[in-house]
Design a protein around this ligand. Structure first.
Ligand code: SF4
Ligand code: SF4
Length: 137
């Protein structure tokens, strides 16, 4: 039985952290539709091809281009990587990884408890964090 506490404080640190934001092809299409842009325009401006999908390289000092002042501007269609954070299997399953991730994400260890079922639902796309159920993050 795994249970984890998490409550997003909307600190936006995860969206500014250096790394890669991954979009499957359908996720990139959805983001483009949501922004009312042609897919090619969106990918040309922000993304690089990776496998069957796309990635955004986020560098130090240059947050994800979809981070607006009030949070993610594509919140309702943000990719699975973002929607499921911080409940990534590698953070849940690897000993110590969840605690270590708290150095990046101040919401880890705070707020409501997510049990195995809630985490599985989030990862399967059948559920959401309590924050995502309501407001942008
Ligand atoms: S998920 Fe964590 S790092 Fe990202 S905005 Fe919420 S509290 Fe901050
Ligand atoms: S797509 Fe949205 S949630 Fe994901 S990193 Fe960019 S701003 Fe953050």
């Amino acid at each position: 039985m795994t249970s984890r506490r998490f409550e997003c404080t909307r600190c936006q640190r995860c969206c500014a952290r250096p790394g890669q934001v991954e979009f499957s092809a359908p996720e990139a299409f959805l983001a483009a539709s949501f922004l009312q842009l042609p897919l090619a325009e969106l990918t040309e401006a922000y993304m690089q091809p990776e496998g069957d999908g796309w990635i955004i390289d986020v560098d130090e000092g240059s947050p994800c281009p979809f981070l607006g002042k009030d949070g993610c501007v594509i919140h309702s269609v943000k990719p699975s990587q973002c929607r499921t954070y911080p409940f990534w299997p590698e953070l849940i399953d690897e000993p110590g990884a969840w605690q270590a991730e708290a150095a990046w994400c101040e919401g880890i260890g705070q707020g409501p408890v997510y049990d195995d079922d809630a985490i599985a639902a989030i990862l399967n796309g059948e559920g959401d964090t309590f924050e995502n159920d309501s407001e942008p993050s």
